[in-house]
Design a protein around this ligand. Sequence first.
Ligand code: CMP
Length: 137
Amino acid sequence: MERTFAIIKPDAVESRLAGQILARIEGAGFTVRAMRLQHLTKREAEGFYAVHRERPFFGELTEFMSSGPCVLLCLEAPDAIRKWRDTMGATDPGKAAAGTLRKDFGKSIGRNATHGSDAPDTAAFELGYFFRGLELV
Ligand code: CMP
């Protein structure tokens, strides 16, 4: 079993798509191990996306991620990190494969409905950033 960190982003929550996305997550075979609705501050979003600090879109990204509540998730499945990235599809919804979450629910590369950890070390950092050990038992 493996765990990964996922976000249902503010665009999807605002569009009332969180329920549909959660149904797709469970339908794909993930177990939800932890979940919380949270409106991030700009500073919290900046800390989360610190690896992207030098990117030209950092300001836009952190403004958007702190613009409204999102759903924070710990998902568990065999090969969860790769499986969740496959379930989401490509970062840019315009390039995402048919049947993926970003294809079906994303609006643009910035407003792309969901986030997922890209490797075991980032999953460990991202899960620890938002969830206490007790919430992940
Ligand atoms: P995410 O998986 O949350 O990781 C970093 C995010 O940066 C990514 O999804 C995109 O939403 C966002 N992003 C990547 N490239 C761009 C871009 N060119 N313009 C705006 N946002 C971007």
